[in-house]
Design a protein around this ligand. Structure first.
Ligand SMILES: [Zn+2]
Length: 85
């Protein structure tokens, strides 16, 4: 049985940032960029350690880190809408 689902991640300002396939349950801490199904911010190709911003309100939404050799966005929890799964 599949436990993952597609979720929308929104900025606190209400702007939709990504659509993401999340595997498993629990809080979303980081986003593997290769697993984004929609990317409204332009994370593909972002530099490691860069800090992407919400295109609407220009607040930082996290930081790009390499996790297990793959680029991921570690979310700034204070800047995104809470996600419940
Ligand atoms: Zn925003």
């Amino acid at each position: 049985m599949r436990t993952g689902k597609i979720i929308d991640i929104e900025c606190k300002c209400g702007y939709r940032l990504f659509r993401y396939y999340k595997a498993g349950k629990g809080r979303l801490i980081k986003v593997m960029i290769s697993r984004l199904t929609e990317d409204y911010v332009g994370l593909q190709g972002a530099e490691t350690h860069s800090r992407p911003q919400c295109p609407n309100c220009h607040k930082e939404i996290g930081i790009i880190r390499m996790i297990h050799g793959e680029p991921a966005l570690k979310l700034n929890q204070g800047r995104i809408q809470p996600i419940r799964i």
